[in-house]
Every structure is written in structure tokens, then in C-alpha cells.
Design a protein around this ligand. Structure first.
Ligand SMILES: Nc1ncnc2c1ncn2[C@@H]1O[C@H](COP(=O)(O)OP(=O)(O)O)[C@@H](O)[C@H]1O
Ligand SMILES: [Mg+2]
Length: 478
């Protein structure tokens, strides 16, 4: 049911305005349209509006930074922000300004209409309206990149800043999961409390519980003194449970119990202790098959997956590579490395790569480039010199189809003249080497995780690494 008051649209992009006006008129809304902040304020002085839709960058200023002027004139009018300035900064400023909704461009028109309808229906005179719009220009935000793929991530982040909902961040290794967790903490309600991170994969299985919940003196061999666990350390703040997919079964059960009750018990302790923590969990594993296989508790999954945030791999947001590379060059210079500039073809070269190690790999490569480049300018040749020309994608093992393997093997046999009796082992080595390198690359050289990824025994993997003369350290990304 459309509001009796018209909708004010502040948008200087004529094409976008036309589309929105047509859609809103179809829904029965009356619309006033203007293209500047000055015209907006004049409109607001003249009459009442049910909802205002506003762009951020307008011809005479920042539509978001000037929202306090809107609040002065129409304190209880819902505001919907539309923006092509797709940074986390804009999303956060929009959410802090109590804008009703934030729509990064390109947005889904149906979603926008839905929001307008809701805003029009949900109007209540809001007492104590806030005019506390952050006037500071683009504060330094932790996450770089404006690709459409990251817009969903930013929107989800803004939705969890003012509540304590549990967040599950998933995505390949190096996509920025930990950074997202930090951003939620730093920008959210709990920023004054501690941020405590635990990496489940890095703790021996039998110590996970003691690490999380602490232990009493003498609880087990080696527990020579009482220890406070991460849950208690994070009290009042955020607990980041990294690599949650690697958590042993027993610890999963205790974690679930703690999440359900909001209380923990130190290992060997009798008393339950109430803790107030916001949980953000992360994993690079696909938990669905693990749930099916019974290695990850389904009830824990649902408990953690209240707000899912999925980080896209870097190869699915190549638009971000240039900005990220520049960002890391700046950081490298701050860290004392020579200040370099990337040429357009240098950036293009980076954009074409696969980045299986995602943003972390890009960061390390950029640091290496800053260190190794012989000239101030880093161009395509320099990129290829320093990090090598990448393997063509079709030499990477493909799971689909036999054609790739069969053809590759035929080619290999044609080229190879092994001594009699060695063919089988040579072929296996040729096959295994890229496979193991791939697994090590995916896991940053972590042999335990590489073995898990391959589905082979860790000792078998270690043996083969030795036999093939591979250097796992070469794949380390930290
Ligand atoms: N969007 C981003 N903008 C800037 N730096 C990023 C971004 N995503 C990841 N990074 C950086 O890349 C590295 C890996 O990120 P991290 O959060 O540790 O990844 P994950 O936890 O998913 O493995 C870190 O140095 C992080 O600061
Ligand atoms: Mg991580």
C-alpha cells in the first residue's frame, strides 16, 4: 500500500533515475526527482515525503555526508541509499547514518521496490533520531576492492555490526576471512572489547578444548597451572574461531554446548562460568560433505551459520586485483621496501593469473615484486621475470573428463624415452608431482591439510614429497 506522501529521488544519473521512476510509478507511488543536494533540501522544506532515495556522489556534494541536513528537515523519513561508490566505507556510513537500506549499484530493482514499499509502510515517527552522520571522509577501511562480488560481502557486514548474531565466514584460503572478522569487530558494537582469534587447525587435537575453555591445575598431564581459555579471554568482545572445519569431534560437542548455554567449564573444572562473546567462525572447507560424512556436527553448523558470509575467490573478482595490488605496494613501501609503481601492462599481467592462493598470494607476490624489481616501474616483463610465466590452465589437473588426462599422457609418452622397466614409476611421478604441488599450493605448504585435501595419509605424502624432491616451504604463503 503506497504511502500518501510522495517519494523523493535524489539521483543525478539520468538513466538510473528513469528506471527507478518508471518502476515506482508502476507501483502507484508519486515521485519528485532532483539531482543535487541543494534541490533536495529545497524539496524537503516545501513538503513531506514518505521515503527518500539518494545517490551518494551528487553534483554538489556527498549525499551521505550531508544526511544530517535531511534529518533536520524530515527527522522520521526513511532514507534509502543508492551508491556506485561501492566501498565498505560507503556501506558502513550508510548503516551508521540509520539509512533504512543501502543498495550498491548495480542493484536489483525488485529488491529496491520491496525496500521502498517496506519503508513506506514502516514509517513511525522516530523519537531521538540520530543526526550523527560521520562527516569524516573515507576513513581507512580494512577491505579493499569494489567488485560486484564483494558488494554482497559488504552488505552482510553492515547487517551484523549492530547485533551479536553468530557469523560463519567461508571461502578459500587467503580470501580475507580473518580480515572480515576483524572488520566486523572493529566497526561493530563490540569494538571496545577484545578480539581473540583461535586457529583450530594449528592446535593439536587433544589441546583444542583446553585452548578454548581453559583448564584447572592438574586437569591432565602437563596442566601444571590453571589456564584461562580463549572464551574467557574474549569476554565482552569477539571470539574468532578460525578453521572451524578442522575441529575434533569432542571439541565440537563442547563448543556447541557452550554456544547454547552461554556458559563454559574449564577442563577439569567443576564450575560453569558465564561468558559474553560474539562468535565469528571461519573455514575454507566445504562443511556440507563433512556433515554428510559425520565429521562435522550438523547442529553445530546451524548454530554457527546464522549469518553466512561467503568470500569469493580472487579469480572471480579480477576487477579488484589492480586496487589490491596498489594497496599492497603502498603497504610494502610503509614496511620499508622500495616505493614502486605498477604499469598498466604489469597490472594486466597480474589480472590474468589464477591466484589460487587468493589475496594472500597476491600480497606476497606484490611484496616480492617491490623487493626484486630492478627498476622503479613494474611492467609485465618484470612481473614475468620475478614470478614466472604461469602454467597454462590446461596443465593443471582437471577433475572433469578423461580427455585432458588421456591427451596429456599421450603427449608425455611421445616425448619421454625412459629406460626399460621405469615407465610406470616415471609416469606416476609425472602425474603426482603437479598433483602434490597443487595440494601444497592450495594449503600454503601445510602438509597435514594437503594430505587431507588429497585424501591420502600424511606419512605417505611426506614420503612422496621426499622422493619427488619437493620443497613444501616454497608454497608457504605467510
Ligand atoms: N579485500 C582485502 N583488502 C585488503 N587486504 C586483504 C583483502 N582480503 C585479504 N587481504 C589480505 O590478504 C591476506 C589474507 O587474508 P586473510 O584474512 O588472512 O585470509 P583467510 O583468513 O581467508 O585465509 C591478509 O594479509 C589480508 O590482510
Ligand atoms: Mg585465515
Amino acid at each position: 500500500m503506497p504511502t500518501t506522501y510522495p517519494v523523493l529521488l535524489v539521483e543525478d544519473d539520468a538513466a538510473i533515475a528513469t528506471v527507478i521512476i518508471a518502476a515506482l510509478e508502476d507501483e502507484g507511488f508519486a515521485i519528485a526527482h532532483c539531482t543535487s543536494i541543494a534541490a533536495r533540501d529545497k524539496q524537503l522544506e516545501q513538503r513531506r515525503f514518505g521515503v527518500m532515495l539518494t545517490d551518494v556522489i551528487l553534483e554538489d556534494g556527498d549525499g551521505l555526508a550531508s544526511l544530517s541536513a535531511v534529518r533536520d528537515r524530515a527527522p522520521d523519513m526513511p532514507v534509502i541509499v543508492l551508491s556506485a561508490q561501492n566501498t565498505l566505507d560507503t556501506a558502513v556510513r550508510a548503516s551508521e547514518s540509520e539509512a533504512f537500506e543501502y543498495f550498491p549499484k548495480p542493484f536489483d530493482l525488485d529488491e529496491l521496490l520491496h525496500a521502498v514499499r517496506q519503508a513506506a509502510g514502516a514509517r513511525e515517527p522516530a523519537a531521538g533520531e540520530s543526526s550523527a552522520v560521520s562527516q569524516t571522509e573515507s576513513e581507512k577501511m580494512p577491505l579493499v576492492g569494489r567488485s560486484p562480488a564483494m558488494q554482497g560481502v559488504y552488505r552482510m557486514i553492515t547487517r551484523v555490526l549492530r547485533n551479536d548474531l553468530t557469523v560463519l565466514v567461508t571461502g578459500e584460503s587467503g580470501t580475507g576471512k580473518e580480515l572480515v572478522a576483524e572488520a566486523i569487530h572493529e566497526l561493530g558494537n563490540r569494538r571496545t572489547g577484545p578480539f581473540v582469534a583461535v586457529n583450530t587447525a594449528a592446535i593439536p587435537a587433544d589441546l583444542v578444548e583446553s585452548e578454548l575453555f581453559g583448564h584447572e591445575k592438574g586437569a591432565f598431564t602437563g596442566a601444571i597451572a590453571q589456564a584461562i581459555g580463549k572464551f574467557e579471554q574474549a569476554n565482552g568482545g569477539t571470539l574468532f574461531l578460525d578453521e572451524i572445519g578442522d575441529m575434533p569431534a569432542e571439541a565440537q560437542t563442547r563448543l556447541l554446548r557452550a554456544l547454547q548455554s552461554g556458559r563454559i567449564r574449564r577442563v577439569g573444572g567443576r564450575q560453569e562460568i558465564a561468558v559474553n562473546v560474539r562468535i565469528i567462525a571461519a573455514t575454507n572447507r566445504d562443511l556440507t560433505p563433512m556433515i554428510a560424512a559425520g565429521t562435522f556436527r550438523e547442529d553445530l553448523f546451524y548454530r554457527l551459520n546464522v549469518v553466512p558470509i561467503v568470500l569469493p575467490p580472487l579469480r572471480e573478482r579480477r576487477e579488484d586485483i589492480a586496487a589490491l595490488a596498489q594497496h599492497f605496494l603502498g603497504l610494502a613501501a610503509e614496511d620499508g621496501l622500495p616505493r614502486r609503481v605498477l604499469t598498466a601492462d604489469g597490472i594486466e599481467q597480474l589480472e590474468q593469473r589464477n591466484w589460487r592462493g587468493n589475496v594472500r598470494e597476491l600480497r606476497n607476490v606484490v611484496y616480492r615484486l617491490a623487493l626484486m624489481a630492478r627498476e622503479e616501474r613494474i611492467d609485465a616483463d618484470c612481473v614475468n621475470d620475478v614470478i614466472g610465466v604461469e602454467m597454462a590452465p590446461n596443465t593443471v589437473p582437471q577433475a572433469d573428463g578423461q580427455g585432458g588426462f588421456g591427451a596429456a599422457l599421450t603427449g608425455w609418452l611421445a616425448a619421454e624415452t625412459p629406460p626399460p622397466g621405469a615407465l610406470y614409476h616415471r609416469a606416476l611421478a609425472a602425474f603426482e608431482r603437479p598433483l602434490i604441488e597443487y595440494a601444497l599450493g592450495r594449503t600454503g605448504g601445510n602438509q597435514l591439510r594437503a594430505a587431507q585435501l588429497l585424501g591420502i595419509n600424511r606419512n605417505t605424502l611426506r614420503k612422496r614429497i621426499g622422493e619427488l624432491g619437493l620443497e613444501p616451504d616454497r608454497f608457504s604463503t605467510t
